[in-house]
Each structure stands twice: as C-alpha cells, then as structure tokens.
Design a protein around this ligand. Structure first.
Ligand code: BDR
Ligand code: CA
Length: 309
C-alpha cells in the first residue's frame, strides 16, 4: 500500500510535535508550512526545524504568517506549551534551516506540482491557508483532502472566549475564509480530543520504551502535562495527534456527522466559536465531516510507533 502524502500546516507546539512525529513515521511529508499560534513565529519555525532534525528527514520548512489576518490575538498558548512552545527545555540550534519561500506560496506551488495528491493537515490557526486561498481560490480543487484540527462543536472550547477553541479563536477570519472555500473537510474538534484522552500510564509506557523521538516528546511535554494536571484535564490529551491520526487513516473514524459549520466573527463572549447547524435549519450545503469518535486502539498504536515504542 502506498503511504499517505501529506502537507502539514502547523504552529509547533507540543501536540503539533507529536503529530509531526506521527506523520514522519506513517507517511511521506511534502512540507511543513508554519504559522504563529501557540507561540510567536520565530519559535514555531525553529521548533519545526528541530523536529525535522529529530526525524532525520529533509522535509522543507516554510515560514508563514506572523499574525492573524485581521485582529491581533488576545492570547497565545505559551502558558500551556512553554514560552518557546517546546516546554522551555532548551535545545541546540537546529541544523535544518527554514526556506525563503512564504508558506502560503509554498502551499500553492506544491499543490500545483502535485494536483490531487496531497492531503492537507491543518494543525494551527488557519492564517496561511486563508492567505493561500485568497491568492488562488482554486487551491481547494488541487487538494486531495483537508483535515482541520479546530473548533468546539457544542461550544465547550478551551480559550478565554468560552465557546472558542484555540486554533479558530486565534484567527477567526482566516477560519471563516477556509471553511467557506473548501467544499468539504474533516473537522477534528477540541471536544473529540478530550473524549480520546489516553491513560497517563499508557503515555509513560510509550515514553519509556521509545527512542530519541520519545525522549524529545517526554521533555517538551512536561510543562503542558503539569498545566493539564492543574486544570483537571484528565489523561493524555493530544489534539493535533488525533487530527493527524484521522488524516493518516480515515478508516479509523467510527462516528461522524456531516453538517454546515461557520465561524462567529463578532460576539464579546463568542468570537471564534464554531457554529454547527446541527438541525440543518439554514439550508446550507454541509461543508464539514465532524469526527466524533475514532478507534482509540488504532490511534494509540500510531502514537506508539511514532515514539519508537
Ligand atoms: C489546538 O490549539 C493548540 O494549542 C494546539 O496545538 C492545538 O492545535 C487545540 O485547541
Ligand atoms: Ca497546533
């Protein structure tokens, strides 16, 4: 069987890191296009380069947008991921260097070179994708599949605006551009992530049995792990890893609903919310397959392999 061919837009970030390790263990990765999100762009790009070093690949890293499209963010996620996005553990200057081409242009070029071949996996704010779509509205026609980690489909978000999830809440305008432009995508939301937490003991076993990848992940996850414990987030939660699992093996989806999803752009309390027309009241064509459940065994096996366990 041929491996999936992936194009990953990301803001590493600890759970992005695990997802990127998974991608390199199970797929061919055409590129990492990087945006600001969890932390600033300098850090997310450097972290992406560090990951490419660790997996010993030649995956190109393309720096993209340093800010959201319209409004400056009210918060980042340094309080979860560490000031540098990788748990502030310190690591040597990466050997991998970022390319000169902007991420949005790289997304357009790579999909022109390989039309219909690449699955696009979006693990961060959708700024780079939105910019690419605005530059060339035919982008969606050239993508095999789009998988987005984002949203909170019944309003149980994880940001200061209660119903908003981080990736969508960081750049709601970009999310709306992307949600309108792609006729259909897989949406892996925060609530599904929480439902698919693993026992801490399982994570510890994976980390203990693993190699350099496990060593890196074990270190950089410590700050986020402590944050989760303080905030009653039970077990090992890895949002971007779940989206990556769905991208790698859509057959692992055991429950999904296809609906129209739009983004709330205003709202003092609700900006960034993903508004799902669950009862199909508005008559819009559905644009999202909302992933509700996956086979946790298969998901766990993918993580284990990515950590060398
Ligand atoms: C998402 O926000 C980020 O903090 C994570 O990397 C993930 O992509 C979860 O809401
Ligand atoms: Ca992310």
């Amino acid at each position: 069987m041929t491996q999936p061919q992936l194009l990953i837009d990301t803001d590493p970030g600890v759970d992005d890191a695990l997802a990127i390790l998974m991608a390199h263990a199970h797929a061919d990765v055409a590129a990492l296009t990087v945006a600001a999100g969890n932390v600033g762009l300098d850090h997310t790009v450097r972290n992406a380069c560090r990951l490419v070093d660790v997996v010993k690949s030649a995956t190109p890293v393309f720096p993209g947008c340093a800010t959201p499209l319209v409004r400056m963010p009210e918060e980042d996620a340094a309080f979860v991921h560490g000031q540098d996005g990788f748990g502030d553990v310190g690591y040597p200057e990466p050997v991998t260097k970022p390319r000169d081409e902007h991420a949005a242009l790289a997304l357009l070029r790579l999909t022109r070179e390989r039309p219909g071949e690449l699955t696009l996996v979006a693990l961060g704010p959708l700024t780079n994708l939105a910019l690419a779509v605005r530059l060339d509205p035919t982008l969606p026609e050239r993508v095999k599949r789009l998988v987005i980690m984002g949203g909170a489909v019944t309003g149980q978000g994880n940001t200061g605006r209660v119903p908003a999830e981080f990736n969508i809440g960081f750049d709601p305008e970009a999310a709306q551009v992307v949600f309108e432009a792609f006729p259909m995508f897989d949406l892996v939301d925060w609530e599904a992530t929480v439902r698919h937490a693993f026992d801490d003991s399982l994570l510890d076993a994976w980390l203990a049995a693993g190699d350099a990848r496990a060593e890196l992940f074990g270190k950089i996850f410590q700050v986020a792990r402590a944050f989760n414990a303080r905030h009653e987030r039970r077990g090992f939660i890895a949002a971007d890893a779940l989206a990556m699992a769905v991208a790698l093996d859509p057959a692992m989806i055991t429950r999904a609903q296809t609906r129209h999803v739009a983004i709330e752009l205003d709202g003092r309390l609700t900006r960034g919310a993903t508004v799902v027309d669950w009862q199909r009241r508005l008559g819009h064509a559905p644009n999202a397959r909302i992933v509700l459940d996956v086979d946790s065994g298969r998901f766990g096996a993918m993580i284990a392999r990515a950590l060398g366990a």
